[in-house]
Design a protein around this ligand. Structure first.
Ligand code: EPZ
Length: 416
């Protein structure tokens, strides 16, 4: 596994441009399976997760071309209905092909996603919704076999506002007779991005961003040209890098209204935050204030920023409480932060963080994408150099990370 050697005590200063959103790109790529024509997607970040989804689309028969700027996908001819065990193990979001394949072919076969480091990651909400549309779901030998002759619209209520289940059902309902209503739907900006692309393809869908989404099925869907939204979690990570390194960063290509809780909490910690139309400037001003963080579904504080904020709180002047309500095991970064001198104790779903004067350089390892991001930030701020292992996790969600950070004064290098 690759690793970074990261010098400590760095002060980052300058401008970083955020890439396109990973968590919007993956459903947009899956949605191209619905179009009877070529779709061209712009600003899609070249991440390992995106490459993985491209391989899944190709395995289903789609033609994919990448000229470095634009990803062109032609899914008019599909030759497969299933995703391999290996694909699913590598990336849970491979399950987003369920909805489109059922809408296109009336059939799909995917492995039951294993758990991952941050939690069990069940799919009961996806399957409950598909069953409501008339899909026959069989779970055999660790696989989900889904079949349906003709889906019919339904009223679907999600027990939890699952992002993936909302996206899968939005796409499945495109192939159902009549109207489908999704209640208690996830409200993330990535859901709105998917609605906008489905609309551009010819779909009739409204309500994304609210708790109720309405889909009129069986509209003819064509290829389209679409540009993905910026990555709010990448941008938030850069904001905290400015504070933790006592620096001053201008983060470009952001949509501030997607980042309200992140902006609010960054201001609350004492940093100077200037919000412009499509950029945010963050300057460290002095002591970091401790605070309470509780992750919630959008528009609450995003779970994908929890590890990064915990890294920030290790340097706060006082005690903070970080409560993770979305995933049951998203504190893998705690042990690694402790190795750097952080004082953290975990009590159930909450971590109590007693701020320390400084973090120490250490050998640490990424256990998942956002834990890796948290350790990356901590290493930039530590007194001495650190080695961060398993950085492949970070490449899943952060495009050109070392180039972006070296350009603002970061002293880090990749080691094999
Ligand atoms: C999406 O995952 C994101 N991934 C995750 O980002 C993000 O953390 C998560 O949403 C929550 O915001 C992508 O968009 C590709 P969920 P998803 O279904 O869709 C429970 C990152 O770091 N649940 O909204 O898999 C589930 O156990 C990644 O970029 C059910 O109970 O998340 C969890 O507790 C990590 N039954 C909660 O809902 C279901 O059928 C939220 O899961 C589905 C989910």
């Amino acid at each position: 596994m690759n690793r970074y050697l990261i010098n400590g005590k760095q002060r980052l200063e300058g401008q970083i441009t955020t890439s396109g959103s990973k968590n919007a790109s993956l459903p947009l790529l899956a949605a191209t399976l619905l179009g009877m024509g070529e779709s061209t997607l712009k600003k899609i970040p070249r991440l390992s997760d995106v490459e993985h989804m491209v391989q899944v689309l190709k395995s289903l028969g789609a033609k994919v071309e990448d000229d470095g700027e634009t990803l062109s996908i032609d899914a008019r001819v599909l030759t497969g209905i299933s995703v391999s065990e290996e694909c699913m193990r590598q990336m849970r979001a491979s399950n987003l092909i369920l909805g489109p394949l059922l809408a296109r072919l009336g059939e799909a076969r995917i492995p039951l996603p294993g758990g991952c480091r941050i939690g069990s990651r069940p799919m009961d909400q996806h399957l409950k919704g598909l069953a409501a549309l008339g899909v026959d779901i069989q779970e055999t030998h660790g696989y989900i076999e889904a079949k349906v002759k003709r889906m019919r619209g339904a009223d679907i209520y999600f027990d939890v506002p699952s992002v993936g289940a909302t996206e899968n059902l939005m796409m499945a309902a495109m192939g159902a007779d009549g109207t489908t209503l999704l209640h208690n739907a996830a409200r993330e900006p990535e859901i709105i991005d998917l609605q906008n692309m489905l609309t551009a393809m010819g779909g009739k869908i409204i309500g994304a961003g609210t708790a109720t989404i309405r889909i009129e099925g069986r509209q003819p869907l064509w290829g389209t040209e679409y540009t993905v939204i910026p990555d709010r979690i990448e941008a938030g990570t850069h904001m905290l890098a400015a504070v933790m390194t006592q620096g001053d960063l201008e983060i470009d290509n952001v949509i501030p209204e997607h980042m309200s809780p992140i902006i609010a909490k960054t201001k609350q910690c004492g940093a100077e935050v200037t919000v412009n139309n499509s950029s945010i400037r963050v300057k460290h001003t002095g002591a970091i204030n401790p605070m309470e963080i509780k992750t919630l579904s959008y528009p609450g504080f995003p779970t994908d920023m929890q590890p990064q904020f915990m890294a920030l709180m290790t340097l706060a002047q006082g005690t903070s409480v970080v409560t993770e309500t979305i995933f049951e095991n998203r504190f893998q970064h705690v042990d690694e932060l402790r190795r750097m001198g952080a004082k953290i104790s975990v009590e159930g779903r909450s971590a109590i963080v007693h701020g320390v004067e400084r973090l120490e350089g250490a050998f640490v390892e990424a256990t998942d994408l956002r834990a890796g991001a948290a350790l990356f930030l901590a290493a930039l701020a530590a007194e001495e150099a650190s080695v961060l292992q398993n950085i492949e996790y970070i490449f899943r969600g952060y495009e050109k990370l070392e180039e972006k950070y070296q350009a603002v004064g970061g002293k880090l290098q990749r080691m094999v």
